[in-house]
Design a protein around this ligand. Structure first.
Ligand SMILES: Cc1ncc(C[n+]2csc(CCOP(=O)(O)OP(=O)(O)O)c2C)c(N)n1
Length: 363
């Protein structure tokens, strides 16, 4: 009996816009100038908000947060591909995607300020709050996708983000396996920013790519230049179309880099070298898209200045709104655990309120 090859695979790599703003015409997505501007605006907005949040945190006006500087293309490109009926399931480093989706910045500030209200986006359907428990959102996304299928919602799919660290969690493997078996319409986007706090990718996986993990579950996997917003848009657009057509999930690996600290509570110089950071600074996704827009005659210095001023004013207003919100229902966290009342939670809430009252009496 001869030995034969049972299976073989290869992983495609997608890049459309290079570091100098040069375009691969054959692969270019069909985006209008206003759509391209929306994408660039989302990225600038996230970058400016990041810088402001860092100052707020350092001034003690906000809690710790997870900066997304350097990863704006990997979050905003996919967000541009989202339709209104699609679900957005973020991790905790997709500020640009949340803003493009319509989440007001003050809600994000409330979240990192430690307020329960930062988990609630009034009037905004189909957008989950940040998931800080690494990987916990992946089974949620698979479940939402399965529910969409059961309900026959053929115009909707799920976009789920997570980091490379999440791929070592059981939730990742269970979520992807479930989604593939049940053809749940989910697009899994792994933001491979090379580090999970101080753990480098080489200690996270022995595989050559995250994307190839898709093969084991029976879904397509693609590795994308995560600092290329057009490639991220195009890969997500195609995967969402596939999902809506009933063909099941896709895994997209966005090869990108976190330029700042993991959160404002750690010092990245303790675990990674300057040279690596410098190399990635030269691949800034904002510079890349701006160069491309300028080359096509859609952008210039005056428009850049106007956009930066507009975004900064908007952020000022949102910071004021965040800082003016002082009154919060103290037991709100208990009210948002389930969609409907639950006796165990009601009991815990009562116990919590009783303990508070006793503390108050004791002074
Ligand atoms: C289940 C769980 N384990 C550990 C942590 C602590 N923790 C927070 S973020 C993080 C690293 C996550 O890395 P990655 O998934 O690559 O995302 P990134 O922070 O790089 O965006 C860890 C270990 C957590 N929040 N949840």
């Amino acid at each position: 009996m001869p030995r034969t090859e049972f299976a073989s695979f290869s992983i495609p790599h997608l890049r459309i816009l290079d570091e100098r703003g040069g375009l691969d015409e054959a692969l270019a997505p069909d985006l209008s100038p206003p759509e391209l501007e929306r994408l660039y605006r989302g990225m600038v907005w996230a970058r400016e908000a990041d810088q402001r949040m860092l100052r707020l945190q350092r001034q003690g006006r906000m809690g710790t947060f997870s900066p997304s500087t350097g990863q704006e293309a990997a979050a905003c490109g996919p967000a541009l591909a989202l339709g209104e009926r699609d679900w957005l399931v973020p991790a905790f480093r997709e500020l640009g995607a949340l803003l493009m989706r319509g989440v007001p910045l003050h809600r994000v500030l409330l979240f990192w300020g430690g307020f329960e209200e930062g988990n609630v986006y009034p009037g905004l359907d189909r957008t989950l709050p940040n998931a800080v428990i690494v990987g916990s959102q992946i089974p949620h996304a698979a479940g939402i996708g399965y529910a969409l299928r059961l309900r026959g919602e053929k115009d909707a799919a799920v976009l789920c983000f997570f980091g490379d660290g999440a791929t070592s969690e059981g939730d990742f493997h269970e979520g992807l396996n479930f989604a593939a078996v049940w053809k749940a319409p989910v697009v899994f986007v792994c933001q491979n920013n090379q580090w999970a706090i101080s753990t480098p990718l080489a200690k996270q996986t022995a595989a050559a790519s995250v994307a190839q993990k898709a093969v084991a579950y029976g879904m397509p996997g693609v590795r994308v230049d995560g600092n290329d917003p057009l490639a991220m848009y195009e890969a997500t657009r195609a995967a969402l179309a596939r999902a809506r057509a009933g063909e099941g999930p896709t895994l997209i690996e966005a090869a990108t880099y976190r330029l700042m600290m993991h959160t404002t509570a750690d010092d990245p110089t303790k675990y990674r070298g300057d040279e690596e950071v410098k190399a990635w600074e030269g691949r800034d996704p904002l510079v890349r898209l701006r160069l491309y827009l300028e080359r096509r005659g859609h952008w210039d210095e005056a428009r850049e200045t106007a956009l930066r001023e507009e975004v900064k004013a908007l952020i000022d207003a949102e910071v004021r709104r965040y800082e003016s919100m002082k009154e919060f229902p103290i037991a709100a966290p208990f009210d948002n655990v389930y969609g409907t009342p639950h006796p165990n939670i009601a009991e815990q809430k009562e116990e919590f309120l009783r303990a508070l009252e006793e503390d108050g009496r004791r002074g």
